[in-house]
Every structure is written in C-alpha cells, then in structure tokens.
Design a protein around this ligand. Structure first.
Ligand SMILES: NC(=O)c1ccc[n+]([C@@H]2O[C@H](COP(=O)([O-])OP(=O)(O)OC[C@H]3O[C@@H](n4cnc5c(N)ncnc54)[C@H](O)[C@@H]3O)[C@@H](O)[C@H]2O)c1
Length: 398
C-alpha cells in the first residue's frame, strides 16, 4: 500500500495524494451543484485546466452549466511509489471520470500549450469530435518557462520588482519560518522574457489559430485571468515583472476583440481575486499578504477559494446579470478584495505580523496552509483512506 505523505521544498509541493485529489474534485463538484444549474456555454476549451483557477472554471461550467470541455495542461504521471507525478495529472483524470458519469464530454490534452502542434491537435479534435466549434475559450495558464514555438528557444519568466529592490516578510511553509526577503529588480531582458511567458502573446496565437481554422462559434467569448492587487502588493506585483505581463494581456485582449469582431466575439480580462495556488505560493511576499487578507475576509464572510470565486464569475457575472466592469472594460470580481475597508484592515494586520505570531489565529496562515495542502490532495474534507497500488494509478486513463 502506498503511503501518501505531504512533502514540501520551500513553498513547492513535492508529493501528491491522488485519492485526496479525487475527493477534492468531488467537494468542488458538490459546491457547484449546491448552487444549482445555470445557463452558460456548452462547448468550452480551457487552456491551463488542471489546477486552481482553470480547474475550478471547468468544474463550474461542466457541473453548473452542463458544458462539454476540452482541458489542456502540462502535468506528469506516476513513475514510481516515490514519484507519483503531479496533482494536476490526477485532477484531469478524476474530473473526466465524474463528468463522463453525467454524460458530458471531458477531453484532456496533456502537452505544451505554447507549441504550434498542440494548437493543431486541439483544432483537429474540435473538428472531428467536438461538433466543430467552441463557444468559450478560457486562458488560465501559469508557467515559469516557454519554448518559443518558432525557434525552440527556452524563455524563463521571473517574479521580480522593476527599478528598485523590495524588502519584506515572507513565509517558508516547509520550515514553518517567517523571514525577511530581498527581491532584486529585474533586468530589461528578464522583463521582456516574463512578458513573453506570462503575457498575452500565446493567447493571441491561440485565438488566431482557432479563428483561422473556423472552430469559433458566432458570439464566441474568451477570457484571460489577471491580477491587479493593491498598494499593498504593487511594488512586487503590479509594478513588477508580472504586472508587465498582465498589462500585455490587456493589449492582446484588444487585438483579440478586433479579430473576433466579425463573428460578434468578445474578449474579456477578468481580474480575479488572490487565492492560494501552486503559482501564487511562490510569489515573494504574497503568502504574507494572503495571510492578512484571508483573516480579514474570512471574518467578514467574503473569503473565497478558487471554486467559489470562479463559480460566482461564470454564474453571476459572465453568464449572469450581475457583472461588474471597470472603465477599462475589465470584469472586476476582485472588488471584495479591493474594498477599501478590507484593504485598510489587511494593511493594519500585516504590519502586526511577526515571527512570533504569524502562525496563530491572529492571521489567516492556517487557512493558507490548509488550502495549499488541499491542492495536492492533503487535509481534504471528507477524505477516506483507500488502498491503491502504483500499477492501478498508472492504469488510470487521462
Ligand atoms: N492565484 C492567484 O491568486 C491568481 C489571481 C488572479 C489571477 N490569477 C491568474 O490565473 C491564471 C492561472 O493561475 P493559477 O494560479 O490557477 O495557476 P496554476 O499553477 O494552479 O495552474 C496553471 C495551469 O497551467 C498549466 N500549464 C502550465 N504550463 C503549461 C504549458 N506549457 N502547457 C499547457 N499547460 C500548462 C498547468 O498544467 C495548470 O493547469 C494565471 O494567469 C494567474 O496569473 C491567479
């Protein structure tokens, strides 16, 4: 029997509990079903579908709106009892099993979204097996590297400030340590590379390829998840390399709107709230911002996990009657996070957090830790131990 144990290196998870991932998927499905059914898109492509925001999007659309979905991700399967692969691998599998049980199509592609070949593989599938068209394309990718689709050059993104060094507190979940971190400013090349990896270029390439292949339905919508944050994280996010990449997504969104005009399509930047994910846990200082924010929002009853947030976005906003847009035309479900009272209380609390109290109930550290563990199938509500062998895990089909 395989013993599943949570292992971390810094704020990166090194292990997975596949049975816990299965239960976590079920919990998210249950959440969506409790909210009831809603009218939404029926044929959806999600790029970056295997964890957090992309996965939550997929679960809400499938189990709330009855959508058939194609999910694209880059994940690793089980090699040995010590190397069981990544959580996203199992999320893909257990999502598919649950969706198919309800008669929905759930196709998984596990390959590099940045490559031209992947785009063509997905297009071929849409034409042959997905009724020829999609009516929503969600771009929810988070990656540290991109291989240039034309030259094969390896490009790395960095999470750095721009122009000046930033010093601030961070936590190391592996060592349960609160420490001071210094972030060096990025070079021009690093900024450019981060925009190439995390900006909107690949999204635009996807939309161009899909349009050219005539697989976008009349009235197609496409969505890209952004983060703007507040003054509390601007020095290392909004005004840093990631902020530049997100600004590039807005430029590309305008181009996509032009591209889709003749089929009445629409591109939307959705500014999503701060949540605990594989990607956000490694943003310097961000976990401490979350510890403050989560405490304040949990006490007010407005703290959301990815499934709660995405379900609200699709049900109430994008396909509902309560969208909140800003003057730039961006959808702003992050208004709860950016509420001035929430921000003021968060700032006050963050200023009080120190090495002696960071892991007490004064902060939202326990919320962050549990949500982080859930991402890899640990500490999942309703979890029941199940015996499963490596061979059985390897036989699971994605
Ligand atoms: N986490 C937050 O607080 C937050 C807030 C607002 C917006 N966002 C945005 O949401 C988006 C998704 O972020 P997340 O936090 O859910 O990340 P995540 O790491 O949980 O998920 C990233 C997804 O991208 C996939 N992926 C990565 N590289 C790939 C590749 N080369 N080919 C195919 N798939 C690949 C992964 O398999 C996974 O499905 C990002 O654009 C992020 O900036 C996140």
């Amino acid at each position: 029997m395989i013993k599943f144990e949570q292992k971390l290196r810094g704020n990166v998870s090194l292990s997975v509990n596949p049975i816990g991932c299965k239960q976590e998927i079920q919990n998210q499905i249950n959440y969506v079903k409790e909210q009831g059914a809603y009218e939404g898109p029926k044929k959806v492509l999600i790029i970056g579908a295997s964890s957090s925001y992309g996965l939550a999007t997929r679960i809400s659309l499938a189990f709330g709106a009855g959508a058939d979905t194609i999910g694209l991700s880059f994940e690793k399967g089980p090699k040995s009892e010590k190397n069981l692969g990544t959580a996203g691998w199992y999320n893909n599998i257990y999502f598919k099993q649950a969706a198919e049980k309800e008669g929905l199509i759930a196709k998984n592609f596990v390959q590099d979204a940045f490559s031209h070949e992947t785009k063509q593989d997905v297009i071929r599938y849409i034409k042959k097996e997905f009724d020829g068209k999609v009516d929503l394309v969600v771009y929810s990718l988070a990656s540290g590297i991109r291989f240039d689709p034309d030259t094969g050059e390896r490009i790395s993104s960095v999470i750095k400030s721009i122009g000046q060094e930033v010093v601030g507190p961070n936590v190391n979940m592996q060592k349960q340590e609160f420490y001071e971190q210094t972030l060096e400013p990025a070079t021009e090349e690093e900024i450019e590379d981060t925009v190439s990896v995390m900006g909107g270029e690949d999204w635009l390439l996807w939309m161009k390829a899909l349009k050219e292949a005539d697989v976008l339905a009349e009235g197609i919508q496409t969505v890209n998840y952004s983060y703007l944050g507040s003054d509390l994280n601007k020095p290392y996010y909004g005004e840093g390399t990631l902020g530049q990449a997100k600004a590039d997504c807005e430029v590309k969104s305008a181009k996509i709107n032009e591209l889709l005009a003749d089929i009445n399509g629409k591109s939307t930047i959705v500014v999503a709230t701060a949540v605990t994910t594989k990607a956000s846990s490694v943003i310097p200082f961000f976990p401490v911002y979350c510890m403050g924010l989560y405490r304040v929002m949990a006490d007010k009853g407005t703290h959301e996990t990815p499934i709660m947030h995405q379900d609200r976005i699709y049900r109430k906003m994008l396909y509902g009657n309560h969208p909140e847009y800003d003057e730039e035309g961006r959808l702003r479900p992050d208004s709860w996070e950016l509420d001035p009272e929430v921000q003021a209380e968060t700032e006050k609390l963050i200023n009080k957090i120190n090495a002696d109290n960071f892991n007490t109930d004064l902060t939202g550290y326990s919320i962050f830790l549990k949500e982080f563990a859930n991402l890899s199938g640990f500490q999942v509500e309703g979890y029941q131990e199940e015996e499963i062998t490596l061979e059985e895990l390897q036989a699971l089909e994605y």
